[in-house]
Design a binder for this molecule. Structure first.
Ligand code: FAD
Length: 282
């Protein structure tokens, strides 16, 4: 199985918190270079908590020759702060941004004020108003519905608002049921959406972490996968091997069905993403 021309692969990293993590990220990036990603992206901590780390990591990855895209979440930042960041990225030569609402970190209180934005479509509009067409804008999409949405159709309408505000493409929340993705794309296309909607891929390496993330972001871990992982307990090797098989098979199905690309949530861990990649390119 090979990816077809135009099926671009991208990789997501998070900014390291200390020097040891910085070294690990460096090794991860070196190990994943062989995948030849179309671009790499760097997350933005909830409420802007990694603003400087995101900026610095994007700079380092750009220096290493990658097309690096910062994530930018609007919640908790003023318009002026967001515009200032956009200007910094533009000055750095960054051409792609992943525009999100984000979530407030617990304990940081509520967000308000006329100078603040509430939803990602407002951020997309702000980027277009402030920076014109300089940035290629990616937005998030939720095949299994965003956990705070009042219903799948409402959530889809909100997704369409982001597209209408000027998003160029979308990356989905991860899922383990390809039908949810195909259904979402069909429904989006029926509403006139024609931008690429790239599946976000989460490698399975750690049962507890996967269940925690999935609970927070509303991604369903199918019962058969949960049961198999639970039975494996602390057997990391079995979890890795099973996880690689499950996710590789799903990626194969997605690629055969002409998805526009795959976006890997690497969690700054090269082996899991590499194993899937090798499974797709035997
Ligand atoms: P929105 O599109 O604004 O949607 C959020 C919720 O509001 C949804 O329930 C939607 O239905 C609802 N909504 C939207 N518009 C309206 C409206 N006009 N009226 C009423 N309701 C509305 N988080 C981070 O903190 N940092 C990251 O780096 C990060 N990276 C991510 C990357 C990807 C690819 C994805 C899919 C998610 C990422 N997240 C990140 C998580 C994301 O910030 C959260 O899922 C957040 O809760 C929603 O962000 P959004 O951009 O999808 O929000």
């Amino acid at each position: 199985m090979t990816t077809h021309a135009g099926q671009a692969l991208s990789l997501e990293f998070f900014p390291p918190r200390d020097e040891a993590a910085q070294g690990r990220l460096h090794d991860t990036v070196a190990a994943l270079r062989s995948i030849n990603p179309a671009y790499v992206s760097v997350t933005f901590g909830a409420g802007g908590t990694t603003r400087d780390g995101t900026l610095e990591t994007v700079r380092q990855l750009t220096d290493l020759g990658f097309d690096a895209a910062p994530h930018l979440s609007c919640i908790g930042s003023t318009r002026a702060e967001l515009c200032n960041l956009l200007d910094q990225y533009k000055a750095q030569g960054v051409r792609r941004i992943v525009a999100l609402r984000g979530d407030m970190p617990s304990g940081m209180g509520s967000v308000g004020g006329t100078d603040m934005l509430s939803y990602a479509h407002e951020l997309v509009s702000l980027i277009r108003e402030h920076s014109g067409d300089w940035f290629h804008i990616e937005v998030g999409a939720y095949p299994e519905m965003h956990p705070q949405a009042s219903g799948p159709q409402r959530d889809l309408q909100h997704f369409v608002e982001k597209v209408n505000a000027g998003a160029n493409s979308a990356i989905t929340q991860y899922f383990f049921n390809a039908d949810a993705y195909f259904d979402f794309v069909d429904r989006a296309q029926m509403m006139g959406v024609s931008i690429p909607i790239v599946p976000g891929i989460m490698p399975i390496t750690n049962h507890t972490q996967l269940m925690r993330f999935s609970e927070m972001c509303g991604a369903e871990v199918p019962r058969w996968i949960r049961l198999r992982l639970a039975e494996m307990g602390d057997d990391k090797e079995s979890i890795r091997s099973f996880g690689t098989d499950v996710v590789t098979e799903m990626c194969q199905t997605l690629l055969e069905n002409q998805v526009p690309g795959l976006h890997f949530y690497t969690l700054n861990n090269a082996p899991a993403t590499l194993a899937i990649w090798k499974g797709l390119h035997p």
